[in-house]
Design a protein around this ligand. Structure first.
Ligand code: ZN
Ligand code: ZN
Length: 424
């Protein structure tokens, strides 16, 4: 995407604003642009206790926008680790199902959802992969009814990031804690377009750009994408009724939201049975507190038949064994290599940022909204059209400045779509 704001402006403006003011603007963008919160609507927010200052700013903006009630669930990483140290073995097959059922009930009654992302990407890296995997599985099962309402886009929702000391230390290990935290906040503000004179307007312009790009791809009606790059030779089929989405969209409740802040991707649904060839990841994958590096997988008719990683192989193997859909693809996304997040050169070890720095694919659950009329189809009807179903949805990055992608038309002819990681 071309930047809508010139770089030289940045230094002058950010110097004029205090951290508190930028935090406040991030909260305003999250509520007005990301969430599109409506007067009278309830809001359910989740946040780390380390993100308390941002959570409070968001709460204020939500009430000023007319929220009827804001309910925030705070989590704490230290407490999460205590479970691994002291809890009995049976703990790892448990999840607070009553809580997630409550979330699903809230979404059904129209409550909007905001998540503040950010935390130690390596939190669970020293823990037993078996326990981590069981705990994730139990959590995914308990969360599924609520998550389905999100993937079907029943309500307006958004994810925004807040820097935490542990996350900052993982991203900038060479810096003192305060300096690392300041650097991470800067990177978040920049990627979230808070450095512009009018962040709300900058977001509206960027959103329109993404939607135009998606509309152009939708006119093409490609049958497949062909990827070529170092360690990658891969063809990915698209369902007949696939839709490319980018930026914001209207939820089923009629409210417009932009689900990810930041967002740079144009994404769609791959056909679950039509992936063939070898794909090599171009960035490490940070998954639920562990790091998987050097991923290379081979697909046959949509299914992973071989998976390797130079680090975290066991975690990768457990991940794709979660269920049948965990070894098939549920998302395909295109991001130019020149996106602002890619240009920052920072590896955030956080999907919200890293997936917006490179073209990617996701293992697991597909988004029904990526099919024409998909939100109204039953799970069986969705599957018949090629939509994958799984307890997991894990994005991994395959884009680089050495990746070429062709769009393959229904008649089989190939058109250049991306060259050296940029739109052709
Ligand atoms: Zn994505
Ligand atoms: Zn994804």
């Amino acid at each position: 995407m071309p930047r809508t704001d010139p770089m030289p402006e940045k230094a002058a403006i950010t110097q004029q604003r205090t951290h508190e003011q930028k935090l406040d603007q991030l909260a305003e963008v999250a509520v007005k642009v990301g969430l599109g919160l409506q007067p009278g609507q309830e809001l359910l927010m989740t946040a780390s206790i380390d993100a308390l200052p941002l959570a409070r700013r968001i709460t204020e903006h939500a009430y000023r926008a007319g929220a009827a009630l804001v309910t925030t669930l705070f989590t704490d990483e230290e407490s999460a680790l205590m479970r691994y140290r002291f809890a009995p073995g049976e703990s790892f097959d448990r999840a607070a199902a009553w809580l997630y059922d409550g979330m699903a009930a809230a979404f059904k009654s129209g409550t909007a959802r905001l998540a503040i992302a950010g935390g130690n990407p390596m939190l669970l890296s020293q823990q037993d992969p078996e326990k981590v995997s069981r705990a994730n599985r139990a959590l995914s099962q308990a969360y599924r009814p609520a998550l389905e309402l999100i993937t079907r886009h029943q309500i307006n929702w958004t994810i925004v990031a807040g820097a935490t000391p542990a996350w900052a230390a993982a991203v900038f290990p060479g810096d003192a804690p305060d300096a690392a935290l300041a650097k991470l906040w800067d990177a978040i503000f920049e990627a979230s377009r808070i450095h512009t004179t009018d962040p709300v307007s900058a977001w509206k312009a960027h959103d329109a750009d993404l939607r135009r790009r998606a509309a152009r791809l939708n006119e093409k009606r490609y049958a497949a994408l062909q990827y070529r790059g170092p360690g990658t030779d891969f063809r990915l089929g698209l369902p007949q009724d696939h839709l490319w989405l980018g930026g914001g969209s209207h939820a089923q409740n009629g409210f417009y939201c932009i689900p990810n802040l930041p967002t740079e991707e144009i994404f769609s649904m791959p056909h679950k049975d039509r992936a063939d060839g070898t794909v090599t990841a171009t960035k490490p994958l940070s998954h639920q507190g562990t790091m998987i590096e050097g991923i290379q997988v081979r697909f046959e008719r949509g299914r992973i038949v071989e998976a390797r990683a130079t680090r975290g192989q066991e975690v990768l193997q457990k991940l794709i064994e979660t269920d049948e859909g965990a070894r098939r693809l549920g998302e395909v996304a295109l991001v130019p290599h020149s996106s602002p997040i890619a240009r920052s050169g920072i590896v955030f070890s956080n999907t919200l940022f890293d997936e917006n720095a490179a073209s990617h694919i996701a293992l697991g659950q597909a988004y029904a909204s990526c099919l024409r009329g998909g939100e109204k189809l039953t799970p069986d009807e969705l599957a018949a059209k090629g939509a994958n179903q799984s307890l997991i949805h894990v994005d991994w990055m395959i884009g680089s400045d050495r990746l070429d992608i062709d769009g393959v038309t229904a008649s089989g002819s190939a058109e250049p779509l991306m060259r050296h990681g940029e739109w052709a």
